[in-house]
Design a protein around this ligand. Structure first.
Ligand SMILES: Nc1ncnc2c1ncn2[C@@H]1O[C@H](COP(=O)(O)OP(=O)(O)O)[C@@H](O)[C@H]1O
Ligand SMILES: [Mg+2]
Length: 226
């Protein structure tokens, strides 16, 4: 089917007015969008990424640190290229969000329907269900339980209420039962990550996936010295 830049923009406008609105920190991706002539549906979706991560590719990730750390990064990228669950945790600036967006892009290119959302944005969505006339908790969480690939960033930044992790566990458990990959990202240290997520969530993710402690120095420092 031949489509034009205008029909590509029409697709975007339609997706923006669909019942599921993208949140600032969230990306709702429709894999069924057809390839367009000059501007592909992939390009249009990638343009919705935050400017810092707008051109994310695994090939842009520079392997850093010791030989052991570089081997760990290679293994991580290999996992992120597949439909596998991953927990990335550790130091700030080690490329967790960059790799998450590279993985998002990779999934879009493969025709999947991935969602990226920060934990805080997810919790804000869930809070909408507390309003009397708001959507039900079931309706809100369904999207995250069902999507092909879910990235939840900054798990360590939340309001700190126990309900938050109950809701997170509920989503992860449903995804685990349906063999759907989930990527969780946190700035936690090695000793804190299991406490933060809870043992059962941690084990569900790593059962078919990988947990990687990003213990190399921040790349931001390297960028600031250029
Ligand atoms: N290994 C790397 N190779 C190239 N760029 C990197 C690497 N690690 C981080 N960056 C860049 O450094 C900045 C911080 O990375 P980011 O993914 O936001 O870190 P984190 O989410 O771990 O705090 C971004 O601009 C990112 O593109
Ligand atoms: Mg980050």
């Amino acid at each position: 089917m031949i489509t034009t830049a205008k029909s590509a923009m029409d697709n975007v406008m339609r997706s923006l007015t669909s019942p599921v609105q993208p949140h600032d920190d969230e990306l709702y991706l429709n894999p069924k969008q057809e390839s367009t002539g000059q501007i592909s549906a992939i390009d249009i979706r990638v343009k919705e990424f935050p400017p810092r991560y707008r051109d994310p590719h695994f090939s842009k990730y520079v392997l850093v640190g010791t030989e052991e750390q570089r081997a760990k990064q290679e293994k991580l990228i290999q996992h992120l290229r597949g439909m596998r669950s991953v927990i990335m945790y550790g130091n700030n600036g080690t490329g967790k969000t960059l790799l998450a967006y590279a993985s998002m892009r990779d999934k879009i290119e493969k025709g999947y329907n991935p969602i990226y959302i920060s934990f805080l944005a997810l919790m804000n969505k869930i809070k909408e269900s507390y309003n009397q006339n708001g959507p039900s908790l079931y309706r809100i969480t369904e999207e995250y339980k069902r999507c092909d690939y879910l990235v939840i960033d900054e798990i360590d930044k939340s309001y700190g209420t126990p309900n938050e992790f109950l809701n997170l566990n509920h989503i992860i458990d449903a995804r685990y039962n349906n063999c759907k990959p989930t990527v969780l990202i946190s700035n936690s240290s090695e000793s804190d990550i299991i406490d933060l997520l809870g043992k059962s969530t941690f084990e569900r993710i790593v059962e078919d996936g990988l947990a990687v402690y990003m213990d190399w120095p921040s790349y931001r420092m390297r960028l600031s010295m250029r």
